[in-house]
Design a protein around this ligand. Structure first.
Ligand code: AGP
Length: 620
């Protein structure tokens, strides 16, 4: 994880680098640091905690410089501390920032220690500075970087400066995102174009194995064989208003209330009057869909929940079976790939290491094709998949995913309709779904009106430490998503169950101290769900039920919150909204840092800390 940024300019870069770090705090916020070149020395400032702490240090020290690198960290190797914060230095000569994980960290550290280098941190990143220093000859930082990365195993995006050059950054990429931002009399490097949104709209995305020299008025890129190469410049207009909170108290709140618009953005130019349009997943996708016999979904967290909802739609609308797997588990078994299976990844960021690794693993298997549903057009996942549908939700900054999830659901409905269309299945159903989707933004708006009723129940839930979420059928993955939202931002332990499973164990948890949140839309399972809720009532459980028209259902303890009437296919999207609102207000009530909850980061671009890097206690 982590976000890196660098700048070479004819103006002072300190403020620009800090602004860029703020935009990348979604990548981690355990510590932040900056190194600024100042002719005869490099000033390094590092602070524990969020970028604001580093900004305060900058205000105090006021360093001026036209060349610098900076970093915001999500700790993998070594706890969050000032010593473990980047930039890391070697002999006050080489300074680096790194995003990724170096897997052969132990061997390289030993080798460097044996040749006399002293380490000041417990990170796997510091060795990169020493390794570059070790290879640094004839003032050639680029060559030192190219030799150093040949020894690295793992994933990295690196930016380096050295004392002898006050005008250049050297950068390198392998399996971690890195791009050059092209400006006028200034050029930049960053993990995400968002970090440079206010500075330029022209970006060059590096490929795996690339290195580059970036100066204020030029840049040159070299491929894995150190041969100078041209990479295309991509013009991207990143709306800066979408990275500010506006009138809202938190990004999450803003993003919840943006959902009528984000859903309509996902639908734009994708629906005709009675059906989904052809080839919205790219040219040639219709042919692939006509041969698709089953789907393998792979994703993480919220995106995985979207896949679980999607399974119901693919079975009903496209009449094909689906498998849904945790990306972090998928490649550690030996999946048997049946003929005609389409491999589908779902990801907001498109940079989640587990999902990307699963896609790369799947490419060596006999899948029909790979397809990704993704929110970030420039992401690795989007670039490496055969077909892509962008969710067009706009930047999502709150760590807890909201509008990204509902736009993924809309995209999955479009995908299941596209496959059904290519196979001539269910035309009447497709027409009905088209109509429902056209009403979706208005229906989301109506469900946002549950806010006032939800605010009334939040104090009672906020004082508890556990909660149970119940749903049935397609609403089970929706309550799983609701439980995930509550835990990640309010730190309340929450579990989700299909309501029919209660009697097989979890009913033992029910007493008057555990809030039970249930979704009870009008559908074929309503009666069964209500009898499950009666079981809870009989045990004195406190129920918070979101439902439509079940006036006959009385609640002794808790509340019934009426939902707007909504049609079958869009109902899972509509019922997601009150669960997001509930989690948001409960977290506000508990006073957590809900846009940046503890221990998490928006984009998880590392797999995990490898076991071999941990120091285990030795047996006495
Ligand atoms: C959800 O609120 C999360 N923060 C998390 O579960 C997220 O969905 C997961 O890490 C996957 O991210 P992606 O969609 O960017 O791949």
């Amino acid at each position: 994880m982590c976000g890196i940024i660098g700048a070479a300019s004819s103006r002072n870069v300190g403020k620009l680098l800090i602004q860029g770090l703020h935009k990348m705090e979604y990548r981690g916020y355990d510590s932040a640091g900056i190194a600024l070149h100042q002719k005869d020395h490099v000033t390094r400032l590092r602070a524990l905690g969020k970028v604001q702490a580093l900004e305060d240090l900058m205000i105090e020290h006021k360093p001026k410089s036209k060349l610098g690198i900076a970093h915001t960290r999500w700790a993998t190797h070594g706890k969050p501390s000032e010593a473990n914060a980047h930039p890391h230095a070697s002999s006050e000569q080489i300074y680096i920032v790194h995003n990724g994980i170096i897997e052969n960290y132990k061997e390289l550290t030993k080798k460097l220690k044996d040749s006399g280098y002293q380490f000041a941190s417990q990170t796997d990143s510091e060795l990169i500075a020493h390794l570059i220093h070790h290879h640094y000859k004839n003032n050639d930082l680029l060559c030192a970087m190219q030799l150093a990365i040949k020894e690295l195993e793992g994933a990295y995006a690196i930016a380096a400066v050295d004392l002898n050059h006050k005008d250049q950054l050297v950068i390198a990429r392998y399996k971690s995102p890195l791009l050059i931002g092209v400006g006028i009399e200034e050029n930049f490097a960053a993990s995400d174009p968002l970090a440079l949104a206010q500075l330029t709209s022209d970006f060059v995305f590096l490929e795996d194995g690339d290195t580059a020299v970036v100066k204020k008025d030029s840049y040159e890129i070299f491929d894995a064989k150190s041969k100078s190469v041209n990479r295309e410049v991509t013009h991207l207009d990143i709306e800066t208003s979408s990275v500010t909170k506006g009138e809202f108290s938190h990004f999450m709140e803003k993003e919840i209330f943006e959902q009528p618009q984000s859903a309509s953005n996902t639908l734009e130019s994708r629906l005709g009057s009675n059906d989904v349009l052809d080839n919205i997943f790219g040219l040639g996708s219709s042919e692939i869909f006509s041969e698709t016999k089953r789907i393998q979904f792979v994703a993480c967290g919220t995106s995985l929940h979207a896949g679980k909802v999607g399974r119901f739609w693919f079975e009903e609308i496209a009449g094909i079976p689906c498998y849904v797997d945790f990306a972090s588990e998928y490649r550690y078994r030996n999946p048997l790939v049946e003929d005609g299976t389409l491999f589908v990844t779902i990801s907001q960021s498109g940079e989640t290491a587990d999902t990307l690794a699963a896609l790369r693993y799947a490419k060596d298997k006999d899948y029909l094709s790979t397809l990704s549903i993704c929110n970030v057009p420039t992401s690795s996942l989007a670039r490496e998949s055969d077909h892509v549908l962008f969710t067009n939700a706009g930047p999502e900054i709150g760590v807890a995913s909201t509008k990204a999830f509902t736009t993924q659901l809309v995209s999955l409905l479009l995908l299941s309709m596209s496959i059904a269309k290519s196979q001539d299945k269910n035309p009447i159903m497709r027409e009905a779904i088209t109509k429902e989707l056209k009403d979706l933004p208005a229906a989301i708006n109506a469900s946002l009106d549950t806010k006032t009723a939800i605010q009334k129940i939040t104090p009672a839930i906020a004082e508890k430490n556990n909660a149970l979420f119940l749903g049935r059928g397609i609403f089970f993955p929706i309550v799983q998503e609701g439980a995930l939202k509550l835990k990640e931002i309010s730190y309340i332990h929450a579990e989700a169950y299909p309501a029919g499973e209660l009697k097989h164990g979890p009913l033992a948890l029910v007493d008057d101290s555990i809030p039970i949140v249930a979704l009870s839309p009008e559908n074929d399972l309503t009666e069964k769900l209500i009898s499950n809720l009666e079981e809870v009532k009989a045990r004195g459980g406190t129920l918070y039920v979101f439902g439509e028209g079940q006036d006959q259902f009385t609640i002794d303890s808790g509340s019934y919150i009426g939902m707007p009437k909504c049609n079958k296919f869009i109902a899972p999207i509509i019922y997601t909204i009150p669960l997001q609102i509930l989690a948001y207000y409960v977290a506000c009530h508990r006073g957590t840092d809900l846009d940046q909850p503890r221990n998490l980061a928006k984009s998880v671009t590392v797999e995990s800390v490898s076991y071999t890097h941990l120091t285990l206690p030795t047996k006495a």
